[in-house]
Design a protein around this ligand. Structure first.
Ligand code: ATP
Ligand code: MG
Length: 385
């Protein structure tokens, strides 16, 4: 690229989900036009974009139309086939690269990359053959069997506590390549969002503390003291090493487990903005989506400044149902809370477990942001934290 792509240009994104929608919003705020490729005519990002190419990810006509409309292209969905990104990269700058996305798409490759970068992973075994299944060490149980590819939000995972349960779970997963991870006793979980430019410059958001329920992110807290300083420092260093080690360009999130002795174990990475970074729209002066726009356009990266403590609550489709009947959550009551910022993704149909939106509660102090978020939980009928 000769220089940055300046506002007025068109930025493209593969995938029309909520992450694409928030990317589109950030790009448009900076004066860019946008193009989204997603087969769904009613996708969250497609609905708000200037251009919407309605084809599958591997459709040649669709990819050509996207490359014609957009001067640079990113992705919002890590399971976009790497081949589609390669096809686009022959015509336009694509960030992150197909190679980086391909590593993040495969837990086995991803773990090998973390190890190369000197970042510890959970004890695990790769299971691709019956021989590997039979050779699993007893000390990996109880564990979690995870499909190597295409998992998200806890899908494609099974907890297993015996060799028999492991074999049965692998059968249920149709014997696709898997990773068995030892179940670790977690003190808590955290994540770091980093942005890396074409010139290698890196900036990051502060460390985020995450609470998962049923394998899905439920709550993220960001503010003084949520994570001990030394853990935070190691998490940021590890995240930067992971981005640097793969020559990454774009926004990357690395998720960590923190054990009771303070040891840090990397869980996985997402080659895109992450649910745990959504708070940055309302709690920082540069959001993770603006960082994605800046890295894609080749604009300068500045270190984001967190101006408010923040607590983010995910709003899953379950909220739309009580005792089997459908209802609209009490949005007006939530919006009456000072510091509550509501984001809904415009999805027509609520389903249990489906990410429909999020609510970020901000305040000068974390205790106040927490108090607002707890109040919001009561108002909405969400489980507290
Ligand atoms: P997502 O893409 O939404 O982050 P995922 O489907 O990729 O989810 P993981 O991140 O692998 O799933 O796991 C989801 C959650 O399950 C983790 O955040 C953690 O709470 C729990 N978990 C996963 N692996 C382990 C482990 N080895 N030990 C203890 N808990 C685990
Ligand atoms: Mg995860």
């Amino acid at each position: 690229m000769s220089g940055p792509l300046l506002p007025g240009a068109t930025l493209g994104v593969m995938g029309g989900g909520q992450l694409g929608r928030m990317f589109v919003h950030a790009a448009q705020a900076l004066g860019y036009s946008t193009a989204v490729l997603d087969a769904d005519a009613d996708s969250p990002a497609g609905r708000v974009s200037h251009h919407h190419v309605r084809t599958g990810y591997l459709d040649e006509t669709g990819l050509r139309d996207l490359a014609q409309a957009a001067q640079a292209i990113t992705t919002e969905f890590e399971n976009v086939p790497a081949q589609a990104l390669r096809t686009l990269a022959a015509q336009r700058p694509v960030h992150p690269s197909a190679d980086a996305v391909a590593v993040a798409q495969d837990r086995t490759q991803e773990k090998a990359h973390f190890t190369r970068c000197g970042v510890p992973v959970a004890p695990h075994a790769v299971i691709e053959t019956p021989e590997q299944l039979a050779a699993v060490r007893a000390d990996l149980l109880p564990g979690i069997l995870k499909t190597a590819r295409l998992g998200y939000d806890g899908k494609g995972q099974a907890r297993v506590d015996s060799p028999q349960a492991l074999a049965a779970a692998w059968d249920r997963m149709q014997r696709v390549p898997c990773v068995l991870e030892k179940l670790l006793p977690l003190a808590f979980e955290c994540s770091v969002v980093v942005a890396r430019g074409v010139d290698g410059a890196m900036v990051n958001l502060p460390v985020q503390r995450n609470l998962h329920r049923d394998g899905i992110l439920a709550v993220t807290e960001v503010g003084a003291g949520v994570v001990p300083d030394d853990v935070a420092q190691r998490a940021v260093e590890a995240t930067r090493a992971v981005a640097q080690g793969i020559g990454y360009v774009g926004v990357l999130c690395v998720e960590f487990f923190v054990l009771h002795d303070g040891a840090l174990v990397v869980n996985e990475m997402a080659p895109r903005p992450h649910n745990s970074g959504h708070w940055s729209i309302d709690g920082a002066d540069v959001s993770q989506f603006e960082l994605q726009v800046r890295t894609l356009a080749g604009l300068p990266l500045v270190q984001p400044r967190q101006h408010s403590a923040a607590v983010m609550l995910n709003l899953l489709g379950d909220l739309w149902f009580t005792h089997g009947s459908e209802r609209e959550p009490a949005w007006a009551d939530v919006l009456a809370l000072p510091g509550a910022h509501l984001h809904l993704y415009g999805k027509a149909e609520a389903r249990p477990g489906r990410k429909m939106g999020h609510l970020t509660c901000t305040a000068a102090h974390l205790a106040d942001a927490r108090a607002t978020a707890r109040r919001a939980c009561e108002v909405l009928g969400l489980e507290g934290f």
